[in-house]
Design a protein around this ligand. Structure first.
Ligand SMILES: C[S@@+](CC[C@H](N)C(=O)[O-])C[C@H]1O[C@@H](n2cnc3c(N)ncnc32)[C@H](O)[C@@H]1O
Length: 265
């Protein structure tokens, strides 16, 4: 099961992602004329940036969730992008022939999958020989939150426990190198980076509202309750705590990511 769900606040959180900020490690390898597949593209904001970079070649964004792609498709129609396509697809069974893409990108998706190596096997299959994959996955072992007085001190442990409960891996950032090697990639370059969620007071408040909704009313909160990991009263207190945190003069939050670029030989 997908731990964070598809509520409006969660989807909005992903809307703020861009290739320049979230795929910087991969951009030096992306050139005009490369066909590119974005796996688990969500609302597709990073995918759109790739479409501009590889034009006139085609970019395809796939996601297992139709509601995410409806947003992406509407954006594509509004912008009259002719080299971008979105389709519903499962990363375990990509609907493409062997050896068709010059590049494949994965951002924040493998941590939600029970068998990431099988998914990377599919990625390898659809990549051309000499093709390149870029992967960036979160690692909650490095999540920074300050101040994190009770009940906010429970946020990261709860997030990790729900991901594990759902068969995912909250430490994907540090494990993806092993997964890539197990999937057959042997030429790799790795790096790491942080996303700061509190760069301006406006961003801090926006993300505080997102976190308050995530733990208070979203599918994430319902899953925590159903799994017996938290009760609604505790989550309501955490939700209120995040709203107060968003007004704090030294509120700081940052998410750690593992990054890897690999080539199919
Ligand atoms: C955290 S979101 C990341 C979205 C986007 N890559 C970004 O970073 O903005 C993870 C996405 O992976 C998708 N996903 C999860 N499991 C999948 C699967 N088996 N096949 C395809 N997409 C999947 C989810 O539906 C979700 O939209």
């Amino acid at each position: 099961m997908y731990s964070v769900g598809y509520d409006a606040a969660t989807t909005d959180f992903f809307h703020h992602r861009r290739a320049a900020s979230h795929a910087a490690f991969f951009l030096p390898h992306v050139r005009p004329g490369m066909t590119l597949l974005d796996c688990g593209c969500g609302p597709g904001t990073i995918t759109f940036d790739f479409a501009a970079l590889v034009a006139p070649a085609e970019v395809v964004g796939v996601d297992i969730e139709p509601s995410q792609l409806r947003f992406a498709q509407t954006q594509a129609a509004d912008r009259e992008n002719s080299n971008i396509h979105f389709s519903v697809a499962d990363l375990y069974a990509l609907p493409f022939s062997d050896n068709v893409f010059d590049a494949v990108f994965l951002h924040g998706v493998l941590e939600h999958m029970q068998t990431p190596v099988a998914a990377l096997g599919e990625v390898c299959r659809v990549l051309k020989h000499g093709g390149i994959v870029g992967a960036r996955h979160a690692d909650f072992g490095g999540f920074l939150l300050e101040p994190a007085e009770p009940p906010l001190d429970r946020f990261v442990p709860l997030f990790e426990r729900l991901m594990v409960h759902n068969g995912g891996d909250p430490m994907a950032g540090r494990h993806q190198l092993r997964w890539l090697r197990e999937a057959g990639f042997d030429q790799l370059v790795v790096s790491a980076s942080y996303d700061c969620w509190t760069s301006t007071p406006e961003e801090t408040r926006r993300n505080a509202c997102f976190l308050a909704e995530l733990v208070g009313t979203s599918a994430f909160a319902s899953q925590l309750i159903e799994a017996g990991l938290a009760d609604s009263a505790a989550l309501a207190r955490m939700s209120e705590g995040f709203i107060a945190w968003g007004e704090h003069s030294h509120a700081f939050a940052a998410e750690a990511w593992g990054e890897a670029v690999a080539w199919k030989t």
